[in-house]
Design a protein around this ligand. Structure first.
Ligand SMILES: NC(=O)c1ccc[n+]([C@@H]2O[C@H](COP(=O)([O-])OP(=O)(O)OC[C@H]3O[C@@H](n4cnc5c(N)ncnc54)[C@H](OP(=O)(O)O)[C@@H]3O)[C@@H](O)[C@H]2O)c1
Length: 278
């Protein structure tokens, strides 16, 4: 267990994680604890029954309230906000509370309104940020968007042959630890990582190899339908679908420990999803 240290403006040591019980948060909190060198506290929603590792300090917070957040943030070096996408109001409050508690680094989610507020705050205060872009999750979340394991029909987006970046949760959590280890190189930056660049067609062909017995049907999907489906978020500028359906150059892969994945790795990951169930 790391001991309490005096604050050093060049080191991120006292780490607060918000939503450590989330799909992403569960993996991230284990990685951060696993460093053995960081002091971790987790903020949990008041009334939540989520289970968290016993080695972390848990503070129950009535979100979104600056009055309750500020004391929890004081003395912390970094805040990792791993909350679900459509929590814009809470995320804006995290930014304001972090700036007022003189936190050094915030890791906001990459939605449009949150980014805009983050950039404005970073220009006006000592709070700085790193936004990690990782493309689509390979082993969780909306992967069914690309390969539908639970149903017979997969919607094909943009003809299925548009390059996309994909990453496992493990890789993204490694990238978080990498940023904590390299605060100066990642200050006020978007950090791009991925396991591989692929296309939906290729993901489907690997899935067919992994499970040739399944009926794999496809249908062309109109991007306008996607916009309609995500209308609430997209139209209000809440969601950043580009972040999800984009290809990145993986410029930060090396710095942030992302070793990349091969097709053989992809086969193993898809086998695992199949065994586990979607
Ligand atoms: N690239 C991709 O493919 C992809 C896919 C999905 C998600 N994501 C990103 O990953 C992030 C996390 O998504 P996720 O699926 O891991 O989340 P999730 O599992 O839905 O997170 C749920 C947890 O978040 C906490 N929470 C919920 N509402 C909150 C609020 N208003 N304020 C504070 N905490 C709140 C709660 O934890 P407690 O009960 O413990 O407080 C809840 O149990 C999203 O922002 C999204 O941008 C990316």
């Amino acid at each position: 267990m790391p001991s309490i240290r005096c604050r050093n403006w060049h080191v991120l040591f006292n780490i607060t994680i918000i939503a450590a019980s989330a799909t992403y948060g569960c993996v991230a909190v284990q990685k951060i604890i696993g460093t053995g060198s960081l002091l971790v506290q987790v903020l949990r929603r008041a009334g939540s029954t989520s289970k968290l590792p016993t080695s972390v300090t848990v503070i129950d917070i009535d979100y979104p309230s600056q009055d309750t957040l500020r004391p929890a943030f004081e003395g912390q070096d970094a805040v990792l906000s791993l909350v679900p996408t459509l929590t814009t109001e809470s995320q804006i409050t995290f930014i304001d509370a972090a700036a007022s508690a003189v936190i050094r680094r915030l890791f906001p989610q990459n939605t449009v309104k949150v980014q805009e507020h983050m950039l404005k705050t970073a220009r006006a205060t000592r709070l700085n940020y790193t936004i990690i872009y990782n493309g689509a999750w390979l082993d969780a979340g909306a992967f069914s968007f690309f390969v539908n394991f639970s149903d017979t029909t997969t919607n094909i987006h943009d003809g299925g042959n548009v390059p996309i970046s994909i990453s496992t949760l493990d890789t993204i959590a490694d990238a978080l630890v990498g940023v904590v280890d390299h605060p100066e190189e990642t200050e006020n930056r978007s950090a791009y990582v991925h396991d591989m660049v692929t296309m939906q067609d290729h993901l489907l062909s690997v899935a067919k190899r992994v499970n040739p017995m399944k009926e794999w049907k496809t249908q062309d999907f109109n991007p306008d339908d996607l916009t309609a489906r995500y209308n609430v978020g997209l139209a209000k500028g809440l969601l950043n679908m580009e972040a999800f359906l984009s290809v990145y150059d993986g410029t930060y892969n090396e710095l942030l420990r992302s070793r990349g994945k091969t097709d053989d790795d992809l086969v193993e990951i898809l086998k695992h999803i199949l065994l586990r169930g979607p």
